[in-house]
Write a protein that binds this ligand. Sequence first.
Ligand code: SF4
Length: 86
Amino acid sequence: MAYVIAEPCIGTKDTACVDACPVDCIHPRKDEEKYATTEMLYIDPQECIDCGACVPVCPVSAIFALDDLPEKWASYAEKNAAYYGR
Ligand code: SF4
């Protein structure tokens, strides 16, 4: 299982989650070139350790454990993985 970033992140890209993540598995970071052209942030499902630290810091409640991902945003599990070529 991994955590997933869903639709509310689009256009928000707050990055508080990036700072909270202990394993640096949320990208793009603000200091990465792709940040400017990517519509939202994504969690690497292979690197995420399921700690949940990113969830409470998100100002738009965009992050969910895979099991809690609302059905309407189910496609975001694949979207997060796809960003990393998973
Ligand atoms: Fe990073 Fe933990 Fe969030 Fe996974 S659950 S993305 S490891 S902060």
